[in-house]
Design a protein around this ligand. Structure first.
Ligand SMILES: [Zn+2]
Ligand SMILES: [Zn+2]
Length: 247
């Protein structure tokens, strides 16, 4: 990689890398998952090419401006709006996989860049994130949602606070809808959420499937005094048919 570009790359990503990763990057740089360009996990040109998710209500998928939750779904959801950068497939899926399983923390900066381009931040007072389960953070060495939130904070200038804790309860695979909802509600607790009192909080996560985790976390923040909670997720997965919300 030419000296200048390598310098720019390291500058771009240095906040998101561990020392080990930084060293590895110098010895064996990443290649863009989409076009193969050296020095990026997903290069800026390919980040710009990620397909959009049309602005829509995340629950019923009806078109809505800025991803606002529609009037009908509002009755069932604590989320004011959900913005997703891109559908959960192709390069976006590879990027998330790298972030979660390949120790490639640099992906957080690319993800934050893709999100920032699509977000309406008018009125938003602070950023927080859905904490990853403690056992996973221990085995991975980092919390990927926190990395994205912090990268987004640096990009937007909005403060990023840790407002939520997560219990160690394991989710039961195959649990019924009501039980899943209860498990999600029990998963989060307020942790210094007083800082969010009166604020419109932006809740960051990597992927949104049914929205149950985001809804449960938003509920905790609202109870702790937040004025409004919106979610920003990098990728939007299609909810499995049996998990689609009922109106
Ligand atoms: Zn590329
Ligand atoms: Zn709706």
């Amino acid at each position: 990689m030419p000296g200048n570009r390598k310098q720019r790359y390291l500058q771009h990503n240095k906040y998101n890398m561990s020392v080990f990763e930084l060293l590895l990057q110098i010895i064996a740089p990443h290649h863009c998952l989409n076009c193969g360009l050296e020095g990026f996990l997903l290069c800026p040109a390919c980040v710009r090419k990620l397909p959009d998710v049309p602005p829509r209500c995340y629950r019923c998928h009806l078109p809505s401006s800025q991803g606002r939750t529609c009037t009908a779904c509002n009755k069932h959801s604590p989320l004011y709006a959900v913005t997703a950068a891109t559908p959960y497939r192709h390069a976006a899926k590879d990027l998330i996989h790298n972030l979660k399983f390949e120790r490639a923390q640099a992906a957080a900066a690319d993800i934050a860049a893709a999100l920032a381009r699509r977000l309406d931040l008018a009125g938003v007072g602070c950023i927080t994130y859905i904490p990853t389960a403690p056992a996973r953070v221990r085995s991975r060495g980092y919390d990927q949602a926190r990395l994205i939130a912090r990268a987004l904070s640096r990009r937007t200038g909005l403060p990023c606070y840790r407002l939520l804790g997560r219990t160690g309860n394991r989710r039961q695979v195959g649990a019924g809808a009501a039980e899943r909802k209860l498990q999600a509600e029990l998963a989060f607790y307020s942790r210094g959420a007083g800082r969010a009192a009166g604020l419109h909080v932006l809740l960051v996560d990597d992927v949104l499937t049914t929205g149950a985790s985001c809804e449960a976390a938003a509920q905790v923040l609202l109870r702790a005094g937040a004025r409004r909670v919106s979610a920003a997720v990098f990728a939007l997965a299609d909810a499995p048919k049996n998990k689609k919300p009922k109106l």
